[in-house]
Write a protein of this length. Sequence first.
Length: 89
Amino acid sequence: MNERYLEVTYRSGKPIAGYLHLPRAKSVKSARTEEVVPGLLVDFSAAGEPIGLEVTAPTKVTLEDINGALTKLGVEPVGAEEIAPLVAA
């Protein structure tokens, strides 16, 4: 997958979790996970490359939290419109 994309899980019309997939080969899987802030986790490949952000608490994680994590990882920040489905409803 060459582009990042957001996947959101909903319950009763409200987002309960999200995953921001980062560009990587399809065969690359998560080897370890680190918490950035409560409700925001980073998945890393076996080679140590970031492969995605797990948002387990959409009501607590902010755009600034996500962009702070992305910046630390050397990944381009997201715009509010890119994560809008995560904060919808």
